[in-house]
Ligand binder design. Structure first.
Ligand SMILES: [Cu+2]
Length: 561
């Protein structure tokens, strides 16, 4: 049997734009977005451009996925995209990201999602039918990212591989159970098997904001942090546009393939609008940032302003952490305090810089994100100091009951059968990760590729233990099989240095971790189930570069008794 080629070489492959011209996304002939004027329209905010979901009954929400059109920039025709309608008709949604559900830790919700989209994919969403369960049919499945829920409420393809078809309803129960679901910014987004990249790109993503008695969202609050109009969600997504206003998603230039390895835009959208501006008062703000890009790793700064990170995916930290810039891979979140008081009258630009090594990504540069116009007048002074402590958690799990070694492989890039995998196995091969209920496991992600992969676990949040450099080639030489290096082989003998501690902003619980090339990334989680849910329960873990997830960097896991 032929040994297939594993690559550690950076492989750029963006595919063909509509019309057949080679689509270099930063100067694409097919793409229309790069020329758009920046900072000409305001950032959508909750209540003004972002719909705050209205319940359909007590603790009940009923969403319909449907297609709507909005003008995402004054110089673009209206863009058709997909959205979650809470029953309001979405008159209050201004951009391509425009829905937020606000819930309370400790209060469960009954939620439904009814498929109101077309039977088959429109031309602007290029399906690769090698990867889908039912050809070109639009199959949907909503996943609550960060949810601690039963497997059949998780929205994952280990439970419902074919998803939900037109007219069908996915009914779920979101526990919002403490302490696994503390006050935090979660999001729900589509997770259709083989089409997550397209369904999320098409617009199926929304914020899910959990509150509690401390993090009330109001001002003042017991924590002493900004609230109300001074708490700003920032959902950052890069896109390309065709001249007719449709989103542009290129197809592969490899004959026989449609799927591309990563999607990168040449335009930045924040809260669903192209390069918006935000007017702020010269005082303290709370920014809640979500990287909602398909594949782009963001390295953000804000005109030299000091940033204090107070939380991440798994809720608030125990203490604030000063950060110079915020490096967020797809699906990672940062909860940030920033004081604009010394910038009164100034205009700041949030910029995106290439992240420093060992973070690695083939993304072309896209520097401008949004503009922040600091006014001269404060209407409500609010907090003026950074709190010295926070009512959150430092992740501190005990010695693990067992350790698993999980390889990340990229196979035959540039060829028609190019794909990625975990442990040398396809998604639909038998489950190999079966943690026991209540046990603590350490998972060691062994990156055999050239790039950073944001690894996301469903069900659990985890502690980042550290990252150890290792000799990738020697480990591969000793262990490579037909489809990369299989899982389960201890790489410790191939370490080339001591384990580096997690970054300061990785002190809390997380649900997505950057597994960098050349490193073993060690995480630790306790595999619990919500109250009343009995093992076995099936979930998935995967790379959150959604192109990778779709082909085929995702595996099931089962919590067993
Ligand atoms: Cu990946």
């Amino acid at each position: 049997m032929r040994r297939r080629r594993i690559t550690r070489r950076r492989f750029l492959q963006y595919g063909l734009a509509a019309g057949g011209a080679l689509a270099l996304p930063w100067s694409a002939q097919g793409a229309a977005g790069g020329k758009l004027a920046k900072y000409v329209q305001p950032l959508p905010l909750p209540g003004t451009g972002i719909v705050v979901a209205t319940p359909s009954g007590p603790n009940t929400y009923s969403f319909t996925q449907k297609e709507i059109r909005r003008q995402l920039h004054p110089d673009l025709p209206p863009t058709p995209f997909w959205a979650y309608d809470d029953g309001s008709g979405l008159a209050g949604q201004a951009g391509s990201f425009g829905m937020a559900l606000v819930a309370q830790t400790g209060t469960p919700l009954i939620v439904s999602f009814t498929h109101g989209l077309p039977q088959t994919y429109p031309n602007w969403l290029p399906v690769d039918t090698r990867l889908t369960p039912l050809g070109n049919e639009v199959r949907l499945m909503t996943h609550l990212h960060g949810g601690f829920v039963a497997a059949d409420s998780d929205g994952n393809p280990a439970v419902t591989p074919a998803g939900f078809g037109p007219g069908e309803t996915q009914a779920v129960f979101y526990t919002n159970q403490a302490p696994q679901m503390p006050a935090s910014l979660l999001w729900f987004h589509d997770h259709g098997l083989g089409t997550t990249r397209l369904n999320v790109f098409a617009g199926l993503a929304a914020a899910y904001i959990l509150r509690d008695a401390n993090d009330t969202g109001g001002e003042p609050n017991p924590i002493g942090i900004p609230g109300g109009a001074y708490e700003i969600p920032l959902v950052i997504q890069d896109r390309q546009f065709n001249a007719d206003g449709t989103f542009l998603y290129p197809v592969s230039d490899i004959p026989g393939a449609i799927w591309i390895g990563e999607y990168f835009g040449d335009v930045m959208l924040v809260n669903g609008k192209v390069w918006p501006f935000l007017e702020v008062e010269p005082r303290m703000y709370r920014l809640r940032i979500l990287n909602g890009c398909n594949a782009r790793i963001l390295g953000l700064d804000l005109g030299g302003a000091t940033l204090w990170q107070i939380g991440a995916e798994g809720g608030m930290f125990d203490v604030p952490v000063p950060v110079k810039n915020i490096v967020l891979a797809p699906a990672e979140r940062a909860d940030i305090l920033v004081d604009f008081s010394k910038f009164a009258g100034e205009t700041l630009v949030m910029k995106n810089h290439k992240p420093q090594k060992p973070v690695s990504s083939p993304a072309p540069q896209l520097e401008q994100v949004m503009q922040i116009r600091v006014g001269a007048t404060v209407t409500h002074p609010g907090p003026s100091t950074i709190p010295s402590s926070l009512p959150g958690r430092k992740a501190d799990l005990p010695t693990p009951d067992r350790t698993r070694y999980i390889t990340l492989n990229e196979i035959d890039p540039g060829e028609v059968e190019w794909y990625l995998n975990l442990n040398g196995a396809r998604f639909d091969e038998p489950t190999t990760e079966m943690p026991k209920l209540g046990s603590v496991e350490e998972w060691v992600y062994i990156n055999m590729t050239a790039d950073t992969h944001p690894m996301h676990t469903h069900l659990v949040t985890f502690q980042v233990i550290g990252r150890t450099p290792f000799d990738v080639e020697a480990y591969e030489e000793a262990n490579a099989g037909e489809n990369g290096v299989p899982g389960g082989i201890d790489p410790t003998p191939f370490a080339t240095g001591p384990m580096l501690p997690p970054a300061p902003e990785e002190r809390g619980f997380k649900d997505t971790v950057k597994a960098n090339p050349g490193y073993l990334t060690r995480i630790r989680a306790r595999f619990e189930l919500p109250t009343g849910v009995t093992a076995p329960q099936n979930y998935v873990y995967h790379c959150h570069i959604v192109e990778h997830e779709d082909n085929d960097m995702m595996r099931p896991f089962t919590v067993i008794t």
